[in-house]
Design a protein around this ligand. Structure first.
Ligand code: COA
Length: 584
């Protein structure tokens, strides 16, 4: 079928549907919801058999839904309506939630229902639930809806859906999420901040200054034993986060977005709390934690061992890795390499393994005295490269990158620095850099990718800029194995697979072969040469006279609306191009 995906942006859910539908053999084109006229034009050009809207912020024009069947993916149970579905579900402590695929009509979210899928809720951020449970349910419900559409089955009116318990809910307001630091428990505060994750955040104040807060974690009793104060006091710091006391404990708060001051032209963007309030945070006592800390103790890095396997887990908010985070992780890898284990598993966060250099932190450098975005980009990519090199040169261990969540740009190639790359079946990879203003990329990708897939396929992956589902990445040889249907089953099997690797009868032969391969490759072309060649191109991206990267980063960080759909997604517009440009 010819299917048009109409979306506000090519977000994770839209990407997952894109790969799933193409995987089923459909011809899929994408148009961003920019203006009614642009949508109508896209429809006229593509003449889709079906339109699917996985992520929209506005209604589809009547002229389109009256002519074409348009399936809306709504992140709520049957009957649920409104723009804050997941926010309400988290705040109300729903134990089960769902996704409904309904047909667009004159009333928002009120059309006939084609399919629905439910899932058990868990304690997690809105973004995390969206990228995992919602996305899996949405793909399954959309595939069911397409199947019904093809069989001529008609959708069911909401009034005829048995036990539809959803209702119309208004947009969730800040007053309904506001934190009462004197009376709210840590669990209530956590659910308020989780419900506002990604956007809009919870409007609060830190150090007396109004800001939106994100990225909260409950403090353990052992941390509470080290601090004292009144509910609402900010009493300590760790990494980029601050510890704030609640009525029954404390929470770590990792990220904030300042309110726009009256004289400021630009909208402030989300940053680590330590970057928003450097002077105030520096005065707080630091509560460091051991690398081998308890599982419930919040810190970005954790190391533990099971038999001959060392597990180094890292979880960076949004998968973004600043210079300092790369350096800390590198030091942890060095520590792990010194341990007498056989296998080292590098396990990324539940939502993202890594999304490469920290674009928000870099953007912030553009606005600070004595700093520059180009310099910070340079430091950051070098720190990423140092980290990748540390993994690449682990000669006493077999290394494994465990992808519990998606990876993008440099984050994918960082994963490829390990000997083995494993993921679960719903992981999505974006193994390319060009979307960020034609960035060339580094992280030794020119060494790592062609050796896995060959020069031609490496070139195509980089040029096509398409997302890649983990099972497809295995077929292409980008990664080595896919197992487990979610983070939990993946993590369980990960431990047993890593243990089996460490116990493999031919472990010593595998290690010797790895060392020999590295020596042979180094003799053909040293890693330093790959690095220098890549960085020469990156230097031009950062310092050259073409500002594309800086413009793209600015747009990305400030979440600017698209004014057109990239041609590699809007294939209907490529046809337009061919039709209007005479062939040579
Ligand atoms: N630096 C800073 N923030 C980043 C980031 C990065 N490298 N990559 C993602 N994020 C943030 C987004 O701004 C967003 O923030 P939010 O909490 O305000 O919503 C969040 O992570 C999720 O990203 P989003 O784009 O909504 O997720 P997605 O699943 O739809 O798309 C990617 C994933 C990787 C395709 C997309 O985030 C992306 O292109 N990231 C940039 C990758 C890159 O170019 N890195 C630099 C070169 S190495």
């Amino acid at each position: 079928m010819r299917i048009l995906l109409l979306a506000h942006s090519f977000n994770s859910l839209t990407q997952r549907l894109f790969v799933a539908l193409r995987g089923c053999g459909h011809q899929v084109s994408v148009e961003f919801d920019i203006a009614d006229s642009v949508t109508s034009e896209a429809v006229d050009l593509f003449k889709p058999e079906l339109i699917i809207a996985p992520f929209l912020k506005r209604a589809i024009p009547a002229s389109v839904w009256q002519q074409y069947v348009c399936l809306i993916v709504h992140p709520g149970i049957a009957g649920d309506r409104g723009p804050s579905s997941l926010d309400w579900a988290i705040l109300n402590g729903e134990s089960e939630w769902g996704v409904t695929v309904l047909q667009a009509n004159a009333e928002m979210d009120a059309g006939d229902i084609w399919a629905q899928a439910t899932f058990a809720m868990r304690l997690g951020r809105k973004g995390s639930l969206y990228r995992n449970e919602v996305t899996v349910a949405a793909v399954s419900a959309v595939l069911e809806a397409i199947d019904k559409f093809n069989r001529g089955v008609q959708p069911v009116a909401l009034a005829d859906v048995v036990q539809a318990r959803g209702i119309l809910r208004p947009p969730l307001q800040q007053t309904q999420r506001g934190i009462d630091w004197q009376n709210d428990s840590s669990a209530v505060i956590l659910s308020k901040i989780h419900s506002a994750d990604s956007f809009p955040g919870v409007l609060d104040a830190l150090f007396g200054l109004p800001c939106y807060v994100y990225d909260a974690h409950i403090a353990t009793p052992s941390t509470l034993n080290l601090v004292s104060g009144m509910a609402g006091d900010i009493v300590a710091r760790r990494e980029h986060a601050v510890l704030r006391l609640t009525s029954d404990g404390a929470v770590w708060i990792g990220h904030a977005r300042m309110l726009r001051a009256a004289d400021e032209l630009e909208k402030p963007f989300k940053l680590p709390v330590a970057d928003c309030f450097p002077e105030q945070v520096a005065l707080l006592p630091e509560l460091q934690t051991e690398l081998a800390h308890a599982v419930d103790e919040w810190s970005e890095l954790r190391y533990y061992e099971q038999g001959d396997v060392g597990f180094l887990s890292f979880d960076f908010y949004n998968g973004a890795m600043s210079t300092g985070q790369c350096q800390r992780l590198r030091a942890a890898v060095q520590y792990a390499k010194r341990q007498p284990t056989r296998v080292l598993v590098l396990s990324g966060g539940e939502d993202f393994f890594s999304n490469g250099i920290h674009l928000n932190r870099i953007e912030a450098s553009a606005h600070r005295p004595f700093e520059s975005a180009a310099d910070e980009s340079w430091h950051n990519i070098n720190a990423m490269n140092d980290l990748a090199l540390e993994i690449l040169t682990a000669s006493n261990h077999l290394t494994v990158s465990a992808l519990r969540g998606n990876a993008g740009a440099g984050g994918v190639f960082l994963a490829l620095a390990s000997d083995k790359v494993w993921a679960h079946e719903h992981v999505l990879l974006n193994p390319h850099y060009k979307n960020m203003g034609n960035l060339y990329g580094s992280e030794y990708w020119t060494y790592l990718l062609p050796q896995r897939v060959g020069t031609q396929a490496a070139h195509s992956l980089m040029q096509n800029r398409h997302p890649l589902a983990a099972p497809d990445a295995v077929s292409m040889g980008v990664i080595d194995a896919v197992f487990g249907s979610d983070v939990r089953t993946f993590s369980e099997e990960l431990a047993s697979r890593a243990a089996a690797l460490a116990r493999a009868p031919d472990f010593n032969e595998q290690l010797a072969a790895k060392r020999a391969r590295r020596e042979r490759d180094e003799a053909i072309k040293p890693l330093q040469q790959y690095r220098e060649e890549e960085l020469a191109k990156m230097r031009r991206n950062f310092y050259g006279f073409d500002p594309s990267y800086h413009v793209a980063r600015y747009h990305f960080v400030h979440k600017m609306l698209y004014s057109w759909t990239p041609r590699h997604l809007a294939i209907h517009r490529n046809n337009l191009l061919k039709a209007t440009v005479p062939s040579p």
